[in-house]
Design a binder for this molecule. Structure first.
Ligand code: TPP
Ligand code: MG
Length: 798
């Protein structure tokens, strides 16, 4: 049974506050030689101590999931420490190497973090999407006996400025959001400043408009009691009208400043003056900082009432940044740090003896047993760690697609065909795939899949066009069994939805295989969200198409140049750019398996990749139809495709030139190699399916050699090992040349990297590849310029 005893909970709050403050203090003052000061935590943490104590030790259930405001991380760790889930060493090493993290982290912390936070706004929207995903899992009948949890976000008020929050709110409204609480720490301070007046009214309006319950917790019980006394009305009116800046400043200055100000403004008004004079300075300070978000009873009541509804609820909790600390209310307190003297004062006030700072129940005297009991009985902690798991779903040996040898097909078309084939099958694999797209379902070729598997909605919704017998290629019926999560156009939501879907195995204990499609350039729009999803170790397949300049007349503004570099640099994301559909099918099969892996982090000595750890997948696809090779994929080729490259044409022993290409410029590379073959010796053509994985393997094998494993060889090193030193390398990609430019460093071959540096020009593919110097002619000229031999015939003359 959860305690509702507010005295016990308030005492726990003091323990939590002390441990959090001491953790931060310790990190700054005890670690010798560490000149970096830890700012931004004491004041922000203190602000949330009451709210979080109420939640974790009384209100929350084990199935609830919480995203904690980044700077309240010490409070979170302190709560976990009291509950026996956080090690003392980690707290002592707060913000240190492998210590408790400055912002709660699912992947780096060990104390049962539900959602990482840090980049403000993202954890907030994540809870909304996780609630929708829980609904998806429930609608498909996979929750079994597991109760539904509330997805809860603890939010800084300045965090509410982030636009992605409102993009998510719109989506939540469309999808019938439930089971979601957002609790705003309305301390009216950001990092730099005191926030604008009256923001709460705007929040109230916006959220009510989108179907949320809005609960405003402004005054605590002490204040309510005072307001009920003679003169109380006037005091309340004064508080309600007091500008945020002034309230903060007076809070910082304390009881005598409050008295002076109140005397000034309400001095000779009879009952209210008497009321004010009835308080000592300390009492007056306590009264004025007794806001709703610091009053245990007020919070418990509000949470209990909201628990009866499953509507989304926004709580606006008035608080003081730095509550209970000498930093309280000062506008510069974000990075503020209590001095050792101030810490000593806090220590005495909380009856903590020197040397006993880390003791769990220090200063609680004979109440220790009651506090311990309250913690032991807190429902949230009762079932131990709450992270779930789900066995991997079997992936078919091969993914099929319509035979197209010798025909021109784009990878985007191939993607649609592969999914269509999967959709036909009656398998658990097909059942667990869930697709999602920000209003680009049709234009990224998800249409056939959606026709077969339907759109997801909690309620059936027939396709009106179909009902009206209007012919259409697409059937857009919504049902609880549907497997496509259609989103509005906001890409931020796509990435956060992928993040939520891709954590379902851990949060709901039900594994999903999410695929999200997006136009490649709009990865930039959600790059922080993508990074966030990867940081949380969410597992998904991102299919970005069209990409590069190959989308040609579609529009210059949509061309993407830098995305392969994002793909290479993004931790947790394996990036592929296949040229042909058989490669794509091979990669997707691997991808579905890779997304579900959770193994050892030791590299595989074949390719020096840490494949057993798994991760997410990014496929950069194209709308350009490319003639498909006439071949079958044997195991060796399959390995090459997955490891990142294979010889499309093996170079001879005296190779003068190797052309290395990736993706949809394959026809240019093939044509150039054909032309060069007449004039230069032993030319090779290297097909690169993943520059990302080649580069990662190469980096790892170098590291291994530096550690003494002298025979370590990565895939790309092995492929290029026997090239003569005079061989030149021409790399070509429909992206920034740097994506492949590093290949020359593998064995020190002279290299010319062709690619796209300036975008925005529209035209035919032929015009654009010529313009950017990534056509066959450009490849030939580059090769010719770097090698001795007969001049090579101009291609367009033939
Ligand atoms: C996207 C992003 N931009 C900037 C920051 C840096 N930052 C951290 S906290 C903060 C201000 C937070 O104010 P608020 O949300 O009100 O929280 P409080 O400090 O009052 O608890 C800023 C700007 C960040 N973490 N994430
Ligand atoms: Mg704030």
């Amino acid at each position: 049974m959860a305690t509702r005893d507010s005295e016990i909970l308030s005492e726990l709050e003091r323990r939590v506050l002390w441990l959090a403050m001491w953790t931060i203090h310790h990190a700054n003052h005890v670690r010798e030689g560490d000149e970096v000061k830890v700012g931004g935590h004491q004041a922000s943490s203190a602000s949330m101590a009451t709210i979080m104590t109420a939640l974790y030790f009384s209100v929350l259930k084990p199935e609830d999931r919480v995203a904690v405001k980044p700077h309240a991380s010490p409070i979170f760790h302190a709560i976990q420490y009291l509950a026996g889930n956080q090690e003392l060493d980690k707290l002592k090493n707060f913000r240190g190497f492998k210590g408790a993290q400055s912002y709660p982290s699912r992947t780096k912390d060990t104390d049962d973090v539900d959602f990482s936070t840090g980049s403000v706004g993202l954890g907030v929207a994540q809870t909304l999407f996780s609630s929708l995903v829980q609904d998806y899992v429930a609608a498909h009948g996979w929750m079994k006996d597991r109760p539904e949890g509330r997805m809860i976000s603890l939010i800084g008020d300045a965090e509410m400025d982030e636009g992605n929050i409102y993009e998510a709110v719109i989506e939540g409204w469309k999808q019938g959001l439930r089971n979601c609480w957002w609790i705003v720490d309305y301390n009216r301070q950001s990092l730099d400043a005191v926030v604008r007046e009256g923001l709460w009214e705007k929040f109230e309006q916006i959220f009510s408009d989108f179907g949320w319950d809005v609960v405003i917790l402004k005054h605590g019980r002490l204040q309510d009691t005072a307001f009920a006394k003679p003169g109380g009305d006037a005091l309340k009116a004064w508080i309600d009208a007091c500008p945020n800046q002034l309230y903060s400043a007076l809070t910082f200055q304390g009881g005598d400043a409050w008295r002076a100000r109140l005397r000034d403004e309400l001095g000779d008004q009879g009952p209210v003056s008497k009321l004010i004079e009835s308080y000592t300075d300390d009492e007056l300070a306590a009264l004025m900082s007794n806001l709703g978000g610091h009053d245990m009873d007020v919070l418990l009541d509000a949470f209990e009432t909201a628990s009866r509804s499953d509507r989304p609820t926004l709580f606006i909790c008035y608080t003081v940044k730095g509550h209970g600390l000498p930093l309280a209310g000062h506008k510069d307190n974000h990075a503020g740090l209590m001095t050792p003297t101030q810490m000593s004062e806090l220590r005495s006030a909380l009856k903590v003896r020197e040397g006993r700072e880390w003791d769990l129940w220090e200063g609680t005297g004979n109440r220790a047993a009651r506090l311990q009991k309250a913690v032991a009985e807190a429902p949230f902690f009762a079932k131990g760690r709450r992270r779930l798991s789900a066995a991997p779903i079997d992936v078919p040996e091969r993914l099929s697609f319509p035979e197209a040898k010798g025909k021109a097909v784009s990878t985007q078309t191939g993607f649609g065909q592969i999914l269509n084939e999967i959709a036909r099958a009656d398998s658990q694999f097909a059942e667990r795939i869930v697709t999602t797209a920000p209003d680009v379902t049709v234009s990224t070729n998800l249409g056939p899949w959606v026709n077969r598997r339907g759109l997801f909605a909690k309620e059936e919704l027939a396709d009106t066009f179909k009902a009206e017998r209007i012919p259409s290629t697409y059937q857009w019926a919504f049902s609880p069994q549907g497997q496509h999560f259609e989103l509005g156009i906001a890409e931020s939501n796509l990435f956060l939805n992928l993040s939520a879907l891709g954590l379902s195995h851990s949060i709901n204990g039900v594994r999903l295989l999410p695929i999200g499609t997006v136009y490649d350039p709009f990865i930039y729009r959600g790059a922080d969200q993508l990074n966030y999803a990867c940081y949380q170790d969410a597992r998904f397949m991102l299919v970005a198409t069209p990409s590069g300049t190959m989308l040609a007349p579609e529009g210059g503004a949509h061309q993407s140049i830098g995305t392969p570099l994002i793909g290479m640099a993004q931790d947790g994301l394996a990036t592929f750019e296949p040229a042909f559909v058989d490669e794509l099918a091979t990669i997707m099969r691997f991808g579905f398996d890779y997304m579900q892996r959770d193994g050892e982090s030791q590299p595989d000595e074949r390719n020096w990749l840490r494949d057993e750890t798994g991760g997410s997948i990014y496929l950069r696809l194209s709308t350009r139809p490319v003639e498909q090779p006439v071949r079958d994929i044997d195991p060796e080729l399959e390995r090459g495709i997955i490891d990142g490259a294979y010889w499309m044409r093996e170079p001879g022993p005296n190779a003068q030139i190797v052309v290395a290409y990736t993706g949809a410029v394959a026809p240019e590379a093939i044509k150039a190699v054909g032309a060069l073959g007449e004039y230069r010796r032993d030319i090779g053509l290297l097909s690169i399916t993943s520059a990302d994985r080649l580069n990662a393997g190469w980096t790892a094998s170098q590291r291994a050699r530096e550690r003494g494993l002298v025979y370590a060889r990565s895939h790309i090193e092995r492929l290029m090992e026997s090239l003569p030193s005079y061989c030149v390398l021409i790399t070509v990609t429909d992206a920034h040349p740097a994506a492949l430019g590093w290949l020359g460093s593998v064995w020190g071959h002279r290299t010319r990297s062709l690619g796209v540096e300036h975008f925005g020009q529209t035209g035919t593919i032929a015009a654009l590849t010529a313009h950017h110097g990534i056509d066959a002619e450009a490849i030939v000229r580059a090769a010719e310029a770097m090698t001795a031999g007969r001049p090579v015939r101009r291609l367009h003359a033939t």
